[in-house]
Design a protein around this ligand. Structure first.
Ligand SMILES: NC(=O)c1ccc[n+]([C@@H]2O[C@H](COP(=O)([O-])OP(=O)(O)OC[C@H]3O[C@@H](n4cnc5c(N)ncnc54)[C@H](OP(=O)(O)O)[C@@H]3O)[C@@H](O)[C@H]2O)c1
Length: 306
């Protein structure tokens, strides 16, 4: 099968097409024939070597990729919940599994708990943009556990995690202030927040909020408007001064098939929006990384296998 693998740590050019044997499911696993895989910031960090801080045993070559959409092509001994031909989406917990399997491939052997059924009207490319980022947003809001009416600030609302966090927070009944990228205010307003703030906003000058989801993450400055005893959730480790009496959380997303199935249903029904900036062939993963690194994308880059 075709894969795109990281041959050594470095720039996008180290991502090269290669041939691997078609995966054989171990006991309890299923093989997914992958139609589409999403390109995420974590993939860029793994490719460059930045992830070696948290994954010291990561050795090249390896196949990147958390997010996949496709169909089950084989069911391993003792694997339950799926049959050959079932349409699925899912998230390989790439860091937790040490990068031993990735979605930049025509197929992957995965645990059924990493997957959820894919609604009929959810196409491959759209489905590939859901799992990692919508689960991250859902889990950030669950950590905050704010009552309806509480105010949450979301940074990076033009991006994937921030966009999902904005919509899910609104749907949870929270009051949401969302920070949009320049020129992207209209898209972010369509996600339903109470206020859209420009990226140039002086966050320390805002009225106090109960919590922040710093999806960028900007870092300590994003926590400035959070009231004492409020919650600050960051998507990557950042330094927040110990002088602030905040509950600071830096969770790593985890698989949750029940939550993922619900998120997929919402995307399919149109109540959660996601967007795709470009679709490229799997063999063009290096170009996808170049574009993603440049920033300013309005949506995800999705790699397709056919
Ligand atoms: N902890 C976890 O489990 C977990 C899970 C998923 C993602 N993450 C992390 O979450 C972060 C966001 O991921 P994503 O997929 O949502 O990325 P994304 O789609 O690229 O979105 C990031 C957004 O932040 C904006 N941005 C960049 N710098 C900014 C700044 N200084 N001020 C305000 N906005 C800024 C970007 O806008 P422009 O492109 O216009 O600059 C973009 O819209 C990444 O660091 C990722 O690694 C963590």
């Amino acid at each position: 099968m075709r894969v795109c693998e990281v041959t050594e740590f470095g720039g996008p050019e180290v991502l090269r097409p290669s041939e691997h044997p078609w995966p054989v499911p171990a006991a309890g696993e299923v093989v997914v024939s992958i139609a589409a895989a999403n390109v995420n910031p974590s993939d860029l960090a793994a490719r460059s070597g930045a992830h070696r801080r948290r994954m010291p045993d990561l050795l090249t070559p390896f196949v990147l990729g958390w997010d996949l959409a496709g169909a089950v092509s084989e069911v391993g001994a003792g694997a339950s919940g799926y049959a050959v031909g079932d349409r699925v989406l899912g998230m390989i917990p790439w860091i937790q599994t040490g990068g031993r399997v990735g979605a930049y491939a025509e197929a992957a052997a995965v645990m059924p708990a990493w997957l959820a059924p894919r609604p009929e009207n959810l196409d491959d490319v759209t489905a590939a943009t859901v799992s990692l980022n919508a689960l991250t947003a859902r889990q950030a809001l669950d950590l905050i556990a704010a009552p309806a009416g509480a105010t949450v600030l979301v940074t990076g609302a033009s991006g994937a995690v921030g966009g999902y966090a904005t919509q899910l927070a609104v749907q949870d009944g929270l009051r949401v202030l969302a920070i949009a990228s320049e020129g992207d205010e209209e898209w972010v307003a369509g996600l339903g927040p109470d206020e859209v703030l420009p990226r140039s906003t002086d966050l320390a000058g805002l009225d106090p909020v109960d919590a922040v989801i710093d999806a960028v993450p900007i870092g300590a400055a994003a926590a400035a408007p959070v009231r004492d005893a409020g919650v600050a959730v960051f998507t990557r480790r950042v330094e927040v001064g110990a002088e602030r009496a905040l509950r600071v959380q830096t969770p790593l997303v985890h698989c949750d098939p029940t939550a993922l199935a619900e998120l997929a249903r919402r995307v399919a029904s149109g109540s959660l929006r996601t967007r795709v900036a470009r679709t490229l062939d799997l063999g063009d993963a290096a170009e996808a990384h170049r574009l993603a690194e440049r920033g300013g994308l309005r949506g995800k880059i999705v790699l397709t296998t056919h």
